[in-house]
Design a protein around this ligand. Structure first.
Ligand code: GAR
Length: 317
């Protein structure tokens, strides 16, 4: 199993979502661990619970400090704890742009509404007043805008006749506790998911001049429009359980050389011949810069001369 992702949780009060994340992390198979619980209120009840569970805690009031000043204190704590990710869990503070930027793509939040509906406060009453059939909760990536940013997952929760904001909030909280740990676990392991890898390959491949994508032999593959293919993405092809990228090599013995140097990662793809090589993507620690270089080199192998010339000119700038 890979090393667990190190997650810091920021709270402001009760911390029941933090507790849900913490207890989910006790499972052997959980891909993250909680390394710090920090609060902008030293009296936050959640800090007592975290400390009792043996988690490092930090509590300091934001009062009298500028937003960016306070955030940089929190940032220093997160770094000292070696956090890779931040989970906001009832953290009722607006964040400075500097802080958001520093944790861009690595900070999640849970919000008690079906976003994009009801950003901000008083979400439960607003859903009831609107006559919605369902309220719910959302986990999203934190961006500079409040309660904005890509939604990763949601759970709808039925509004019952006679629901008050409190009774609805209590039921949504049950859904929150399940949704957050599940979504966080999927998020910290997303780079190991074939779909994420395919998207990454696609991004690099389709950025190349006149590249297109088609499905061939059941595999997504990338080629030059009306021309030759330069990459294949294989995922459990014929049930082999392998996730890999196949690219064209650039020299006669390159396939053999690569396999010899790193037999765990490189292999000879069946039916492709000696001028292709398979790069396993399911071995962890993928070097995406290198994979990008390989994709571009493979593209060059099949690109018509005219396109190559254009690429060379572009490369000079
Ligand atoms: C939760 O319902 C959370 O979704 C909400 O505050 C509550 C915190 O409870 N967060 C927001 O409204 C953020 N905009 P908890 O401290 O017991 O986790």
């Amino acid at each position: 199993m890979m090393a667990k992702a190190r997650v810091a949780v920021l709270i402001s009060g009760r911390g029941s979502n933090m507790a849900a994340l913490l207890y989910a992390a006790k499972a052997h198979s959980c891909p993250y661990e909680i390394v710090l619980v920090a609060a902008n209120d030293p009296a936050a009840p959640g800090l007592v619970l975290a400390a009792a569970e043996g988690i490092a805690t930090f509590g300091q009031s934001h009062k009298g400090l500028k937003r960016a000043e306070f955030d940089s204190i929190i940032d220093a704590q997160l770094r000292a704890a070696g956090a890779d990710y931040v989970a906001l869990a009832g953290y009722m503070r607006l964040l400075s742009p500097e802080f958001v930027r520093a944790w861009e793509g690595r900070m999640l939040n849970i919000h008690p509404s079906l976003l994009p509906k009801y950003k901000g406060l008083d979400t439960h009453q607003r859903a009831i007043d609107a006559g919605d059939s369902h309220a719910g909760c959302s986990v999203h990536i934190v961006t500079a805008e409040l309660d904005d940013g890509p939604v990763l997952a949601q759970t709808p929760v039925a509004i019952l006749p006679g629901d008050s904001a409190d009774s609805l909030a209590a039921r949504i909280l049950i859904a929150e506790h399940q949704l957050y740990s599940r979504t966080l676990a999927a998020f910290v392991t997303r780079e190991q998911q074939p779909e994420w890898m395919l998207n990454r390959v696609r991004e690099i491949a389709l950025a190349l001049p006149q590249a297109d994508e088609v499905i061939s032999h059941g595999m997504p593959c990338f080629g030059i429009e009306k021309g030759k293919k330069f990459a294949w993405f294989t995922r459990d092809h014929h049930g082999d359980g392998v996730v890999a990228l196949l690219v064209k090599t650039t020299a006669p013995d390159e396939q053999a050389t690569l396999i010899e140097a790193d037999p765990d990662r490189y292999y000879r793809p069946a039916y492709f011949g000696d001028d292709w090589v398979g790069i396993r993507l399911d071995r962890g620690a993928n070097d995406w810069d290198h994979i990008g270089d390989r994709l571009r080199a493979s593209w060059r192998q099949v690109a018509p001369k005219k396109l190559l010339g254009l690429m060379d000119i572009a490369d000079q700038f």
